[in-house]
Design a protein around this ligand. Structure first.
Ligand code: HEC
Ligand code: HEC
Length: 310
């Protein structure tokens, strides 16, 4: 996906091809997530899961589901970049104050990893169905919640080779959630089951902070971003990376190797650019620059406590 040519502002994203979006059903009830949307009964082959580290979305509660095409496996030859079979679908539901506001859908429309198309469905006032909203929405259903336009999905998802951010070896590590790596192996979902299962590095404080940066920042700040997307909107320079994988000691993680001494000052959270950016929000300032309007106080504390202890 390219940024608009008429401006060099990296924040302007261009939409996916209209024909691709037209092929998405106009109602959420027709996407396969539910057998019956009025009872919220999940359809056959649809499985709930929970990533170990989550993206802050201004306090919205979220649920997530995957549907792998029957009998197909995830290509896990590259243990960090899982490649999903064509036809795979992911949904993510957002609730504000317990009320459904939007459900996002990502669908792989061809065999290659660039062919993920995403769009959100905004729930109607009485919660009976949700409508395809390719232009997104501002303050939907009387809440402060903004729904991203289809053009904005790749602002974050385009930052990883395989486009999927919360269903990976790192995000399914540990024993939390409905589907773990061990569970995926058990179900024979992985083409190359990892053996042995390595734990993520770091003590409790380190892991909480590295996991937070992984889930909230690494889709944009990582050294392995797809090269074919040089023009991608919200594309920072590759000068530091917040990716977290299970390889090696904590000192060998990308955050320790590339960000400490650059945007993280040992022992000085308030003097670190990472914290100063996380504490800001507003037009053209603050990090992340997309998907949030409220500072994540708990997130600032989690990362700050680790930096102060460095
Ligand atoms: C601000 C960055 C950002 C934007 C913009 C964004 N997403 Fe995501 N999305 C994420 C992250 C990070 C995750 C994984 C972590 C989580 O689920 O908490 C995720 C997870 C998902 C998932 C579950 C599959 C996965 O990749 O883990 C779906 C489905 C999804 N997003 C759909 C969409 C759609 C559709 C859009 C556009 C309408 C969109 N997202 C826009 C960051 C973003
Ligand atoms: C949607 C993509 C995106 C996400 C997510 C994101 N960033 Fe950024 N970040 C950028 C871009 C683009 C720039 C550089 C351009 C700019 O700031 O105008 C940047 C710049 C920065 C800088 C300033 C670097 C400098 O040289 O001054 C810091 C620090 C930073 N980000 C930290 C973070 C942290 C911490 C997070 C997560 C809490 C995060 N970013 C999440 C896109 C992103």
């Amino acid at each position: 996906m390219n940024c608009a040519k008429i401006t060099d502002d990296f924040r302007v994203c261009s939409p996916p091809p209209g024909a691709a979006l037209d092929s998405f059903p106009s109602l959420l009830s027709e996407t396969g997530l539910y057998t019956d949307i009025s009872t919220h009964n999940i359809g056959p082959g649809v499985e709930a899961y929970t990533p170990r580290f989550q993206l802050w979305s201004d306090g919205a509660q979220k649920s997530r589901w995957i549907m792998l095409p029957a009998g197909q496996k995830i290509d896990t030859q590259d243990s960090e970049v899982w490649s999903f079979p064509m036809g795979t679908r992911f949904w993510k539901e957002f609730r504000v104050d317990g009320r459904r506001v939007e459900t996002r859908l990502l669908r792989k429309t061809a065999g290659d990893d660039r062919s993920w198309i995403g769009v959100s469905y905004i729930w109607n006032d009485d919660g009976t169905d949700a409508y395809k909203a390719e232009w997104g929405g501002i303050n939907v259903n009387g809440t402060q919640h903004n729904v991203p336009a289809a053009a904005e999905c790749m602002g974050c998802h385009g930052g990883r080779q395989n486009r999927i951010l919360g269903f990976s070896a790192t995000q399914l590590s540990g024993d939390a959630g409905e589907i773990t790596v061990a569970e995926a192996i058990e179900r024979e979902w992985l083409s190359h089951p990892p053996t042995p299962l390595l734990p993520l590095p770091g003590n409790e404080i380190e892991l909480a902070a590295l996991g937070y940066l992984h889930a909230n920042c690494s889709h944009c700040h990582n050294s392995d971003r797809p090269n074919d997307d040089k023009q991608r909107c919200f594309n920072p320079k590759k000068d530091f990376s917040f990716l977290l994988t299970s390889e090696g000691h904590v000192d060998e993680t990308e955050t320790y190797q590339t960000a400490i001494g650059k945007v993280i000052e040992r022992g000085d959270a308030s003097g670190s650019r990472v914290i100063r950016e996380m504490e800001k929000r507003g037009y053209h300032q603050g990090m992340p620059p997309l998907g949030t309007e409220t500072v994540d106080r708990q997130g600032v504390e989690t990362v700050g406590r680790w930096i102060d202890a460095l």
